[in-house]
Design a protein. Structure first.
Length: 365
């Protein structure tokens, strides 16, 4: 049986022994999920880090096809878009993350080609100050026209989505379950508006079990699709801080609103700032400054630049790529933190100068 591109990607997700990192490594090596299934098993085993355990399901993959076809039929019936890694429609920033899923399911027409994508997360029980700050911030951000991403949860998440809608901004809600349901149920009334002006997004199949751990897992998507993550109010522990940790690990900008000293809902934000994992911001202008955004941006010309401008650090890493290809080796040679090197490489990739490969390896584009 010849597999379609979506069937191959879904099947690779379904096979035992294959997780997000291994699946992405295989696709990075062979170019697509279809190509993986067209390869001989011995060629798969020749890839560094791939062993017999990972390929245990390949000899009997037909047994998983009924579930794959059932999910494919659900997607067609509900008119859900499948974003396959590494297609042009897949969120480019997320594709840079080693544990990104092979497939994302999207309802709505939001485009991931926006160069200004901001994730906003926070407590489910915000103070009145937190609510007012979130609304005012998004109103002030409207002139920069960013895509606002959040998790559709109670509290700061849904406030961010609604404020984005109110001010004509596109917004994407990342869910911790399949698109056959909506949680929390009271947010069903916002689904149509979000889909019309953005999208709802998930990595979970329609028959995925409803588990608390899935909501923590989706936090890496919220962090990974965005160029920066903002935390507005968080206790010392919580899902918002998990999202911030993912963003920090991916080398993305993390911002936090300080709040009041001694306020429980500000403890998490203050800890992020104190540990130097987040920059303190108090306004939309702060975010625009750190991200280098200009208001009312002019459309970029399609013509490719003949001479690409680079910062000193970008030029240093670009030159080092002549002899060094791994993230660790580049960081060691450049005498820079790995997180900073990852961020610089991401910027070089966005400029079309660098291409990521499997195993945290990089090459000149």
């Amino acid at each position: 049986m010849k597999l379609t591109s979506i069937q191959a990607a879904l099947l690779l997700q379904k096979l035992p022994g294959i997780g997000d990192i291994t699946a992405k490594k295989l696709v990075d090596h062979f170019g697509s999920a279809q190509a993986v299934f067209n390869e001989k098993k011995i060629n798969l085993l020749n890839i560094k880090g791939i062993g017999v355990f990972h390929l245990q399901g390949f000899d009997q993959f037909e047994r998983y096809l009924p579930a794959v076809i059932e999910e494919e039929n659900f997607l067609k019936k509900e008119q859900i878009i499948s974003l396959l890694y590494p297609s042009p429609d897949y969120p480019k920033a997320l594709g840079f993350c080693s544990n990104a899923p092979l497939v994302l399911f999207q309802k709505g027409g939001a485009s991931w080609k926006n160069e200004r994508i901001l994730s906003i997360v926070g407590t489910r029980n915000p103070t009145s100050r937190g609510v007012d700050f979130c609304k005012q911030l998004i109103e002030d951000l409207a002139e920069y026209n960013p895509l606002i991403v959040s998790g559709f949860a109670r509290g700061i998440d849904i406030i961010a989505h609604k404020a984005a809608l109110d001010h004509g901004l596109k917004t994407v809600a990342c869910l911790g379950h399949g698109l056959n349901q909506i949680y929390p149920t009271e947010h069903k009334t916002h689904v149509e508006s979000v889909c019309n002006q953005g999208a709802i997004l998930t990595e979970f199949w329609s028959n995925s079990s409803f588990e608390k751990s899935n909501f923590l897992k989706r936090n890496r998507i919220i962090a990974g699709v965005a160029h920066a993550t903002l935390v507005i109010e968080s206790k010392a522990k919580g899902g918002s801080l998990v999202t911030a940790e993912h963003a920090h690990h991916y080398g993305r900008d993390v911002f936090a609103v300080p709040g009041r000293v001694g306020d429980m809902q500000s403890a998490g934000c203050l800890n992020l700032i104190r540990s130097d994992k987040a920059r303190m911001i108090t306004s939309a202008a702060d975010i625009a400054f750190w991200m280098g955004w200009e208001s009312n941006p002019k459309p970029k010309t399609v013509q490719k630049e003949l001479f690409i401008s680079m910062t000193e650090e970008e030029e240093l890493l670009f030159n080092l790529l002549e002899t060094k290809t791994s993230l660790d080796a580049l960081a060691l040679e450049a005498k820079l933190p790995i997180s900073k090197v990852a961020a610089i490489l991401f910027q070089l990739e966005m400029k079309g100068c660098v291409r990521p490969m499997a195993g945290k390896q990089f090459e000149r584009a």
